[in-house]
Structures are given as C-alpha cells and as structure tokens.
Design a protein around this ligand. Structure first.
Ligand code: 4AD
Ligand code: MG
Length: 421
C-alpha cells in the first residue's frame, strides 16, 4: 500500500511504496539520487541505475518500491532504497532554475504551484480558513452565501469592476457586507468567505484585484465588542497555525516566537487622531483628515511591534454605512486593524442602523438613495444595532508569514497587468 513521504517514521527497515513527482535529481557514484515530492513533503530515493524503469527528468511521475532507512542528512530524515518505475514522463526543459525571476514564477504560475513554498502557503491558508470557520461556529455564527454579481458599490465607486449584464450594468462585489446585513433579522450572526474584487490601478506590494474576503456581521454587537471578536478570532488562528501547521510554517523561517508573542499580548486600541499626533514627528506633512498610507501604517506597527486597532476615523474618509460617533460627529465608530509587516488587514465598524441618519450619511458621500433602495428598506423594517468587519485573508497571511509581497499568498494572483495564466 502507498505511504506518504511524511509517514516514514514508523516504517524504518520496512518495504514501502511511494508515489510522487521528481522534485530534484542527480547521479552520484553510479547511483540515482532523487528527491521525490508528494502532497505531504519530500523524501530522498536512492536507486541503482538498473533499478530505474524509464526516463527520469524533473517532474517525472514515479512510483518507488524500497526499504526505509534513517538518514539525518536527507530531507525529512529518511531515505528509501529501491526500484523506480516511471508512470508519467516529463519534458527535459522544466523552466525553473536556481536563479529565476519573479516574472517567470508568475508567467509559469500553473507550474510554479509545485514549489515547496507555494505548497506550504496553500496548507497555511487551509489552516487559517478552518480555524476561522471553527471559531465562528463556536461563537454562534451561521455561514451564508451572498452574491458576487451585484447592483451597487459597497466601498468606493472608483475601484468597482463593471460588467455588461444582459443589456444593463452590474458589478463584481467589493464586499458582501450590505448583503450580510440583510441576513441579520433572520440569523442574527452571519459570516461569509467570498472573492472580492477591487479595480486597483496602483501596483503595490499589498493590493490584488481579486482577493478572499472573510466577513462576519452580527446584531447587538457594538464597535468595541466587534474589535474583541477580531482579536479573539485572529489569536485562535495563530494558535491553530502553531499547533497544526508547524511544518508548513517552517518554510517561512522561524515564525513561532513572533506569533507566540502576538498571541499572548493584548492588542492596543488607538484613536485615529492620536495616531496622527504620534506619527507627526516622523511624517511632518501628515495632517488630520489624511488617509494613512502603507508607510505610515507600517511605521505604526513596526513601532508597536504588534497588531494595533486604529479607531474613530474622520467620517468623510470612511464608507457611508459607518455609524457616526454621537460624542463627536466628525468621527465614525470604526476600526482598521493594522497588522505587523503589512498594515491594514481588517476594516470594521458599527453600522448606521437608523434610516434618517443613514440617508444623511449617503448625502455626505454623494450617493443616490435609488441605488440602495433595498438596503434602505432593511432600516425600515425592524432595524437592529449591529457591527461587522472584513478580513483580507492574503493580508493576514502576509503578516503571519512575514511576506514581502501579496503574490506569495495566492496561487494565481491578479493585478492590473496580469490575468494570465
Ligand atoms: O477596508 P475594506 O475596504 O472594508 C470593506 O470592504 C468592508 N465592507 C468590510 C466589512 O466591514 N464587512 O476591505 C476589508 C479588507 C481590508 O482591510 C484588506 O485586508 C482587504 O479587505 N483588502 C484587500 N486585500 C488585497 N487587495 C486589495 N486590493 C484589497 N482591498 C481590501
Ligand atoms: Mg479599509
């Protein structure tokens, strides 16, 4: 029976069958040394030339029958000595070499997915998502299915992808939030994981045009409880990563100490106004009312060496649905969560749940009521105080894995200049 590369510990001295792809190969002293890759990891295979049935190249699919030996020098700590049978040939011109450009990794993405880095990133994503699901279920949230083809903007109209929809206009969703709000009188606490789309014209290290958006929305939750929920969820994710994904995590260097630190301490909450004051000496041109850019956000988290919630942004800067702070109506009851190494990873807020105040906000944001008729009706029939947030899964991965660029978090990242392959 077939075993996986990471199951050899219990098979020392025994005969096993392995299947997988040739990750690396070389000949040494008349013997074939192959690093075989399967979904679980890598293992070194040693075969005499007469025990190889077929032509070997990088990415050839093979099956191996042999004896497991312990070997500290081999990847994973084991070697399998035996015979190799070729099941699927591979052309000799595999495009990746030791020194290769990022462009090549993007042009040949369909093949680059086989790299150990990508393989580890996919495993980390799975742990993050199952930990989130697990956490939200325990917190009494229902997972729901909002639409992706939508009729109006949730966030800024300037980043909407428009499409022709049977003779009229439709858009690709930027956020499920408005639809999630419609579920509240039915399920009270809901969440969704969907692709979100932003027609981002700028090229930065943390923007893609298509990303995975995890959005909870809950009745009778205020903006402070909303932050507690975010902090608890992310700490649960970190714990699960440390407990369940240490092998995949190791592909990204020594992440455990920093993750452990973030998990243990309480995350600071700072008002936008205080953040501006704090950043002023370093960024003299920054003034109240300015958006925080990547540089400012990074400085803040580097300085604090942890996650930090920034609250009470100026009303004009933020979306129309955010609840105005009654103590200072220039501000909204919101939070951005700044994550180390990346900056904003979550945007959240208490929502304006009163019809007249919501209409007033829409006026300030120059939005037409007619475009949001259904959304306004939610305030007409049994509206309830509520809050929610949106987590960018890729931004979170960048932070937790300390990645320089968002492309490393996605199998097929989409940018302004790339939708291929
Ligand atoms: O701050 P944003 O725009 O908030 C919303 O869309 C809210 N309606 C969410 C909600 O309250 N339910 O986006 C939320 C998060 C950001 O903090 C960021 O992590 C991610 O989505 N994000 C992007 N990630 C990658 N590339 C982009 N172009 C992104 N735009 C937003
Ligand atoms: Mg935001």
């Amino acid at each position: 029976m077939r075993v996986l590369a990471n199951q050899l510990g219990k098979k020392i001295g025994k005969q096993v069958e392995l299947r997988g792809w040739v990750h690396r190969l070389r000949e040494l002293g008349g013997k074939q040394f192959i690093v075989l890759r399967d979904m679980s990891g890598l293992v070194q295979i040693v075969a005499e030339p007469d025990k190889v049935d077929g032509k070997l190249d990088v990415e050839t699919v093979i099956s191996v029958k042999g004896i497991v030996k312990k070997d500290e020098r081999a990847p994973g700590g084991f070697e399998v000595h035996g015979a190799i049978e070729v099941q699927g040939e591979s052309a000799p011109d595999w495009p990746f070499h030791r020194y290769m450009s990022t462009e090549l990794q993007l042009d040949k993405r369909h093949l680059w997915l086989r790299s150990t880095k990508m393989q580890a990133a996919f495993k980390i994503r799975q742990t993050i998502l199952s930990a989130s699901r697990d956490f939200l279920a325990k917190q009494g949230f229902w997972e729901v299915a909002p639409p992706i083809l939508v009729s109006s903007a949730c966030e800024s109209g300037s980043t909407l992808f428009e499409l022709e929809y049977f003779g009229s206009k439709a858009y690709l969703s930027q956020s499920s939030q408005l639809y999630l709000e419609a579920f509240l009188p039915s399920l009270e606490r809901v969440w969704a994981l969907t692709p979100s789309f932003r027609a981002e014209k700028s090229r930065t290290r943390r923007h893609v045009t298509e990303y995975w958006h995890l959005e909870p929305e809950a009745a009778w939750v205020d903006y402070e409880q909303n932050m507690t929920l975010q902090e608890d969820m992310l700490k649960h994710i970190i714990k699960q990563l440390l407990d369940k994904s240490s092998d995949a995590l190791a592909e990204f260097g020594d992440r455990a100490a920093e993750l452990e630190k973030w998990r243990k301490e309480k995350w600071a909450r700072m008002r936008y106004g205080d953040v501006i004051d704090k950043l002023k000496p370093k960024f003299p041109k920054l003034k109240w009312g300015d958006d925080l850019g990547t540089k400012e956000e990074r400085y803040l988290v580097d300085h604090l060496d942890s996650f930090v919630f920034v609250t009470h942004y100026p009303r004009e800067m933020k979306a129309f649905y955010m609840k105005v702070d009654e103590e200072d109506t220039k501000l909204v009851l919101n939070n951005d969560l700044m994550a180390p190494h990346v900056g904003e990873a979550i945007g959240g807020s208490e929502r304006e749940w009163k019809l007249d105040l919501l209409k007033e906000n829409m006026k300030i944001h120059k939005l037409k009521s007619a475009d949001y008729e259904w959304y306004l009706e939610l305030r007409k029939y049994g509206s309830v105080p509520h809050s929610g947030f949106g987590l960018g899964i890729e931004r979170l991965m960048m932070s937790l894995l300390k990645l320089e660029h968002i492309r490393e978090t996605l199998p097929f990242p989409r940018f302004m200049n790339r939708v291929y392959p």
